[in-house]
Every structure is written in structure tokens, then in C-alpha cells.
Design a protein around this ligand. Structure first.
Ligand code: HEC
Length: 111
């Protein structure tokens, strides 16, 4: 009886954990980075228009952090104009995919 309860408990835990692991697809995310690379893909993490300013590095960042940041821009909790505009056009799946890509495949400054 005790074993049955434990097995049941373990399967419930696994069922809860699965969607979190499966949420972001790095390959799909890579295809969506074309709209980010203009700002986030520049060596030295700077953009030159309308003025030279620094842009945070995304490669190697934690996926959860990236998703949380994007949601915060979309909700207006973070209010940088460029990112509010970008995040507003992303679905939750886009955010998960992009985060999975940036978290998993950092391969140098041009990323
Ligand atoms: C027009 C330039 C521009 C584009 C395009 C852009 N970003 Fe950003 N992004 C910025 C700037 C500037 C910041 C810093 C904003 C701030 O200070 O809050 C930023 C911040 C972020 C942050 C928060 C990073 C941190 O360390 O807190 C994330 C995550 C992010 N961008 C993801 C993306 C993704 C994903 C895309 C493509 C879908 C994208 N950005 C496209 C300019 C851009």
C-alpha cells in the first residue's frame, strides 16, 4: 500500500515537471532570433542606432530569467521602449523557445 502511494506520488511529480522541461524548443528559438540579433548579436553587446548604447548579453543566460524578463517587458513591469515593443509581439511559446536557445547555445560574441 505504501509503495503504491509513493509510486502515485512520483508519477504526479513527474507529470508536473514534464511541461516545464518540454516548454522551450531551442531549434525553434534559433529561427526566431533574427528579430533579436540586430541588437543582442553585436560584438561587445552594443547597438549603434539611434545612439551607441549597451545591450545585455543573452547567450548563456538562464532560460527562466529570459522568460521572466520578456514577460515583464510585455506586461509593462519593465519599460524599456525597444523591448516592450519586441516582447509585446511574442507569444509565450516564442519566449520559451528563444529562452531555450539563448540558454543552451552560447558560442561566442556574435550570438
Ligand atoms: C532595438 C534593439 C533590441 C531588439 C531588436 C531586441 N532587444 Fe532585447 N534588449 C534591448 C535593450 C536595449 C535591453 C536593455 C533594456 C533595459 O535596460 O531594460 C534589452 C533587454 C533584453 C532582455 C533583458 C536582459 C537582462 O539581462 O535583463 C531580454 C531577455 C531581451 N532583451 C531579449 C530579447 C529578445 C528575445 C529579442 C528578440 C525577440 C530582443 N531582446 C530584441 C534591445 C533590443
Amino acid at each position: 500500500m505504501k509503495t503504491t502511494t509513493m509510486t502515485l506520488f512520483a508519477s504526479v511529480l513527474m507529470a508536473l515537471a514534464l511541461p516545464v522541461q518540454a516548454a522551450g524548443d531551442p531549434k525553434a528559438g534559433h529561427l526566431k532570433t533574427s528579430m533579436c540579433a540586430g541588437c543582442h548579436g553585436i560584438p561587445g553587446w552594443r547597438t549603434a542606432y539611434p545612439a551607441v548604447y549597451s545591450v545585455p548579453k543573452l547567450g548563456g543566460q538562464h532560460a527562466d530569467y529570459i522568460v521572466a524578463a520578456l514577460k515583464a517587458y510585455k506586461s509593462g513591469e519593465r519599460n524599456h521602449p525597444s523591448m516592450v515593443g519586441i516582447a509585446g509581439s511574442l507569444s509565450e511559446q516564442d519566449m520559451e523557445d528563444l529562452a531555450a536557445y539563448y540558454a543552451s547555445s552560447y558560442s561566442g560574441p556574435a550570438n
